[in-house]
Write a protein that binds this ligand. Sequence first.
Ligand code: IMP
Ligand code: MG
Length: 203
Amino acid sequence: MSAKLKKSKAKNSVPRRLRSEVEKILITEEQIARRIKTLAREIERDFRGHELVVVSLLNGTVMFLADLIRHLNLPLRLDFIGVSSYGSGTESGELVFTKELRLDVQGRDVLLIDDILDTGKTMSHVLPKIRALNPRKIKVCVLLDKPERRTHDIEADYVGFKIPDFFVVGYGLDFAERYRNLPFVGVLHPHIYKEVSKQIVQK
Ligand code: IMP
Ligand code: MG
């Protein structure tokens, strides 16, 4: 095997220390980088001529946001909304706002960013909150979309990747606040969240 091929294989495989936790890479670092560039072009086309207010949901969007806005050739301001779901394991529970929006969005163009659109519950709480502030327009952008799991009538305007119903981690996405630093999106081994759910049930 050539050194170059070896290097690219190593880059596209789960690091050894994580092999018992992360089953496989679903979306590689390179695939993410490529898609973000085309996503940025789509967004630029729709928002040209107006200053944008980018509203990003904490904490899962950190990497996606940083990469996406670097490719957005538009004037923009940036703010965050903190929203946490206190669920057990991989199921979402009660939503709690941990940081409120500070920028004024009245009459503005808003791009709302989240890491993943799953059941749609988070967006169904956040969207009305922003709509109540009377923006001129509001569009939703997510890195990942799991349409199979949707229970709320929410769709995103920009989707990086549609994925099947796997619990994924990495590139900002977490399980119990872990794995956010992985440069790829990987599928979490079910035994990881089954163990945690068992501990929660036993408590
Ligand atoms: P929703 O409210 O069910 O649409 O879920 C949205 C939130 O749940 C996201 O912002 C994520 O924080 C979390 N979430 C949903 N699916 C996954 C996943 O597969 N991996 C990590 N987090 C997830
Ligand atoms: Mg999360």
